[in-house]
Design a protein around this ligand. Structure first.
Ligand SMILES: Cc1cc2nc3c(=O)[nH]c(=O)nc-3n(C[C@H](O)[C@H](O)[C@H](O)COP(=O)(O)O)c2cc1C
Length: 377
């Protein structure tokens, strides 16, 4: 049996379904070129914007680690006897300008025409002028030959109410932004949503109604670093102060999967790119079995020579071995296989089938559990 790692995803041909997510691993042309040489099927650039970006003093990302045989978690311990729990970051979008990016996007694409280059873009959305910024960014990137645009509707640490995850919580604004970009886009448009919302299906519907071709999830989860019990300072701080940042890495894998399961069940025929906590193929497999057509990696790659050469090599080896073991020829043979295994709680078997009705009383008139017992949640 010939095994094919290549996938067609929302109209694009990827030589494998693994991308570097928009983040430090894709912050420069040199990183992206190294990533392609290492074997990644695609990259999403660090988010490109038009407004000035100045990052905080000091580290923008730190890694929280667990100590073996102890409940202790700390960013200040690494090495033997520790295991990665999560990344925490408060980095803003790219601090390089659109003018810096534009010629480089063209050169990357020329050097690697068969690799998929996705440009992540972000602008405000509070006025018509702001909305036109999305179009300026989209046009400039696609004119350089990028294969798709990913709309950053999910950065969790923006002060502006009309940017990042603040837009990502507003289904109408998501629709408007997607529509505005679609007006000028000649390439597929991906919408990267925030997990920080009550029902991500609502925002995804907004994105699809606006014309988005793909929904990407998850960006990092809003969070704080821990307070050191000795110094009483946050483990990341500037002058004793901290601000909400984003949690990534292993800690968010189960949470991101829960979001993705909601999305792929609600829109079984739509295209999804899964992100969150992927460090090995077994993790990626979860996203594929829930219905994703590609996956993206950030934290694991940051910790592996900045662009994840060993991570991608192992992903490819393990994907091939897993497919061989299960007798799968392409990703389509297993994509979505477990999508329907996530059901309302009331549908999970009990020792006594009559004893539980989803928390509802027995309806005396019909002697049937109320239909509301099957409502999600
Ligand atoms: C330091 C850092 C910077 C990031 N910058 C961006 C960004 O500019 N745009 C974006 O869409 N996501 C950004 N992300 C989010 C990642 O793309 C990804 O969604 C998140 O880290 C979860 O994946 P992971 O668990 O593999 O890290 C950033 C993440 C980190 C850790």
């Amino acid at each position: 049996m010939t095994i094919q790692l290549g996938v067609t995803f929302a109209g694009l041909r990827f030589e494998n379904p693994f991308l570097l997510a928009s983040a430090p691993p894709t912050e420069s042309d040199s990183n992206i070129l190294r990533a392609f040489d290492a074997g990644w099927g695609g990259v999403v650039t660090k988010t490109i914007g038009l407004h000035p970006v100045v990052n905080v003093v000091g580290p923008r990302t730190k890694f929280l680690r667990a100590l073996a045989d102890s409940p202790h978690l700390s960013m200040n311990k690494a090495g033997a006897g520790t295991a990665l729990h999560s990344s925490w970051n408060w980095e803003l979008i790219s601090n390089k300008t659109l003018d810096w990016w534009v010629p480089r996007l063209g050169r990357i694409k020329q050097a690697h025409p068969s690799k998929m280059l996705v440009a992540s873009i972000m602008a405000g959305s509070g006025s018509d002028a702001e909305l036109r910024h999305w179009q300026t960014l989209a046009r400039a990137c696609q004119d350089e030959g990028v294969d798709a645009l990913e709309l950053n509707l999910s950065c969790p640490h923006m002060d502006r109410k009309d940017m990042g995850s603040n837009i990502g919580k507003d289904q109408e604004l998501i629709s408007v932004v997607a529509q505005v970009v679609k007006e000028v886009a000649r390439v597929p448009v991906w919408a990267k949503l925030t997990p920080s919302t009550t029902d991500i299906v609502v925002e995804a519907r907004g994105a699809f109604l606006g014309g988005a071709d793909v929904v990407t999830s998850s960006n990092t989860f809003p969070s704080l670093p821990l307070i050191d019990p000795e110094t009483l300072e946050f483990e990341v701080n500037v002058d004793g102060l901290v601000s909400s940042g984003g949690l990534g890495g292993p800690a968010i894998l189960p949470q991101s999967l829960a979001k993705m399961s909601q999305l792929t069940q609600a829109f079984p025929d739509k295209a999804f790119s899964g992100i969150g906590g992927i460090g090995e193929f077994a993790h990626a497999l979860n996203y594929f079995l829930l219905g994703c057509g590609t996956v993206q990696v950030c934290t694991a790659a940051m910790l592996d020579h900045a662009v994840g050469p060993n991570v991608i090599a192992q992903l490819l080896t393990d994907m091939r071995a897993t497919m061989e073991r299960h007798g799968w020829a392409t990703l389509e043979d297993f994509r979505g296989l477990r999508r329907q295994a996530v059901v309302p709680h009331s549908q999970i078997r009990r020792p006594d089938a009559e004893s539980y009705r989803g928390g509802y009383d027995l309806d005396e008139s019909t002697s049937e559990p109320s239909p509301a017992a099957h409502v999600r949640g």
